[in-house]
Ligand binder design. Structure first.
Ligand code: GDP
Ligand code: MN
Ligand code: MN
Length: 252
């Protein structure tokens, strides 16, 4: 298999209400079944998910956590407001967001956001954002593409951060190898490859984390287009999640 990938040049600073699909279709020529990888940062900006910190009122609980974690109580409050469940309170907040993904600080960012006192929340429903972007790209270009919205995440057990998929459309989250044979005829029993995270990880290399201004990467040539969508397939069911159980047991 062969694939190519490139970052889209000349994307402006994105503001609330900007039509990312239109900007993209003007900046690059998309092909049928391209995978359009978009950083959550610009999706959030276009959806107006910037919050000035001085509009957040910290509760007592946020103040206590902030003190322990050496953080701003308003930032902690914003994280709690975005969370359904707190898995770890200290030394950092590990939470399940309302969207169902488990991440540090509910994915709230300070970096690449205008204004020193502003924070940026993740898109409210990243799958829905991905679906809308896919539909708009079809409208502007006539091309059916896959959309993968990414964020840079840390990982448990390993140092360093990588791109992770947080919302998808026009692609299945996994590629299932179960039931197929290996080189020696053994049937694979557990291999279910999280392709959208692999795509996010690679695209993130081209995006970078700093001032590169490259929030969109196109990956061409992978045969992964699929009408279904949904990131939830990647969320480990609570009953099967031994690490999560161990964390919860520790915190009571
Ligand atoms: P995240 O991983 O989604 O949290 O986003 P990052 O802050 O790591 O940014 C990813 C890439 O997008 C970097 O190359 C940034 O410079 C770029 N970026 C972030 N915001 C904008 C924007 O509004 N416009 C453009 N052109 N690039 C941006
Ligand atoms: Mn981020
Ligand atoms: Mn990043």
């Amino acid at each position: 298999m062969n694939a190519t990938a490139f970052a889209v040049e000349k994307i402006p600073l994105i503001k609330k209400g900007d039509d990312i699909a239109r900007i993209l279709s003007e900046q690059t020529e998309l092909k049928e079944h391209d995978i359009v990888v978009i950083s959550s940062t610009i999706v959030s900006k276009s959806e107006g998910r910037i919050v000035p910190m001085d509009t957040v009122k910290a509760t007592q609980r946020a103040k206590i956590i902030a003190k322990r974690n050496d953080n701003d109580p308003r930032f902690v409050q914003a994280v709690l407001d975005e969370s359904e469940e707190v898995l770890l309170e200290s030394p950092f907040l590990l939470v399940r967001t309302r969207n169902g993904s488990i991440c540090v600080n509910a994915g709230i960012d300070h970096s690449n956001v205008e204004g020193s006192d502003n924070i940026l929340l993740l898109p409210e429903d990243p799958d829905k954002s991905a679906r809308k972007l896919k539909e708009s790209i079809l409208k502007y270009t006539g091309k059916n593409v896959s959309v993968v919205i990414t964020d840079t995440n840390g990982r448990a057990f390993r140092m360093g951060q990588t791109g992770a998929a947080i919302g998808i459309a026009g692609i299945k989250a996994t590629r299932d190898w179960r039931g197929t044979e290996d080189l020696f005829g053994r049937v694979l029993e557990v291999k279910n490859e999280a392709v959208v995270d692999e795509i996010a990880g690679f695209a993130n290399i081209l995006m970078g984390e700093g001032n590169g201004g490259m929030p969109v990467v196109i990956i061409r040539g992978l045969n992964l287009y699929h009408e279904s969508y949904g990131i939830r397939e990647l969320f480990r069911p609570e009953k099967e999640d031994e690490i999560r159980k161990a964390l919860k047991a520790r915190s009571v």
